[in-house]
Design a binder for this molecule. Sequence first.
Ligand code: NDP
Ligand code: MG
Length: 398
Amino acid sequence: MAASPRRLAILGSTGSIGTQALQVAALYPEEFRVTALTAHSNRELLFEQVRTFRPALAGLVCPIPREEIPGDLNFCQWVFGPEALEEAARADADDVLVSVVGMAGLKGVLAALAGGKRVLLANKEALVAGGALVTQAASKIGPHALLPVDSEHSAIFQCLQGAADNPIARIYLTCSGGPFRTWSKEAIDSATQDQALRHPNWVMGRKITIDSATLFNKALEIIEAKWLFHVEEQQIQVVVHPQSVIHSAVGFADGAIIAQLGTPDMRLPILYAMSYPRRLPTGGGDLDLFSLKSLTFEQPDPERFPSLRMARQALAAGGAAACVLNAANEVAVAKFLQSVGGKPMVLGRIFEVVEECLQQLAHLPASSLEEVLDADAKARETARSLLCETGFASSSQQ
Ligand code: NDP
Ligand code: MG
């Protein structure tokens, strides 16, 4: 007899990861039953998803009048406002996929873990900001309470499946290098939004696309890897690998390096987390090894991409430093994405704002949720005032 389907709640179902998770869930109706969905403001897409997947609960973080819910969607319980994430995380589910963008996902992650649910984590910002709290809560549930969805961390997790108790000697965290891999420091610092939104290999949400241009995405991923795999920062080597075929690798004491390869398709890490430990076809194509001309590897350049250095500094500082880095980056990226026309903000301003916030606030503590939220709020306020005071141009251009 087939086992009953795993019940899945998705926080952030209307985004790039959320929609791909629903695509793979739809391939296996006997394996997965969607029980809760949330969006921030994209009500039309959420309505369509609720109509198709018929969850018991749906949430919109940006409230709308109850009467604007279409009549045929009254079968489900509707929740509005920021509490929607926690409500959905507490819904009737085995697994909670957290695919909202930004630190806004933290309370949802903690609520899911507090309810003994398995968290499938795409939302790296939650782990960066609240790493100690999240990993403590996960450890109370047991192994694999927190499964990575981020492709690099999924790759590392997959590489560890055959490792028995052998400890990790080194993590090779691969990085496409983004659209500015070969650009000079001056050109990177004065890059515009249009240039930064052109990622060479992956189609993703707008915030992570900018993070991939500044390499703040990789900076966040260094911190994410530290928490997920309990390694020291020095054990994490970023490797620029422009072809995005090797999704990351793990080195062991005897010199063996185990890597995971595949096409750049998020459906694999999403479905692997959903169906772990089983592997199911994703609906995407296989990697054709014969079509690969070469796989290349470069050292990252922390001069042109100071984000990588800042991540390591934040880890060394401990406390709320990583939370401050994340919050300042979120504010600076949101401004960068909003600034169109006139004298638009340039990319280098993101580095400057994050660096300045770290200098001012890296000492803050993060031993409770209140302290994390306080550090997050202070960093956001500082970043906003820096952007107001000095404008959007990089100091190298002023
Ligand atoms: P998107 O911007 O495409 O989607 C974000 C989702 O979160 C949407 O459902 C959005 O709702 C919702 N949302 C946005 N802001 C809030 C908020 N303040 N509170 C609650 N919900 C919110 O992002 P991605 O799917 O690209 O990324 C999601 C997460 O996954 C990020 O943490 C990212 O770093 C990570 N990730 C993404 C990858 C990718 O390929 N996209 C790869 C690896 C990791 P609405 O649609 O209504 O705005
Ligand atoms: Mg990634």
